[in-house]
Design a protein around this ligand. Sequence first.
Ligand SMILES: [Zn+2]
Length: 215
Amino acid sequence: MKLILLGAPGAGKGTVAKMLTQLDGSVQISTGDILRGAVAAGTELGKQAEAAMKRGDLVSDDLIMGIMGKRLQEPDCKNGFLLDGFPRTIPQAEALKGLLARLGIKLDTVVSIDVPREVILDRLTTRRTCSNAKCQAIYNVKSNPPKKEGVCDKCGSPVVQREDETEAAISHRLETYNQKTAPLIGFYEKEGMLLSVNATSSEAVIAAIKRKLGK
Ligand SMILES: [Zn+2]
């Protein structure tokens, strides 16, 4: 499968991506991973990206597209890929369209995972993370609490709510997502590529994708 996964923070993109990669050997590609990969490999584009990040600048779309282009031509993408968290903006979507056309790659579909705001807020504000940087075990006060409240089962360090997972922070992230990324849904709808799934379970999302692709 060659897919783009769209969804707000907390919509479950990561879980769905993992299940899809296990299904058919597709690789999951996120902008963060490929940037880190290019920097670590010391490629020319990686060096430019590293310099931008060291200056505290955003890595430009041109640079990201260059790195993305190289990544998509690696052999492991032959079985398929899932773009996770990319594109984020209309200009990136336009650039990606051009890149895929140049590489002769045809996307199967663009999946938008739509989860109600209350469900996302509930999911993320109940998450707790082990404060030990080497452990970072994840808990949920409702569905998966540590055995002793506030203490990590694995390493005994305090289990805390991350600053970016408070209700105020999540509301802000959802707003940013809606402003910047939600227009992509309109873009891919016009392209006739959009599969919108209203589902709060990852299994239901996978089932909808399989139906759409006839797999
Ligand atoms: Zn821990």
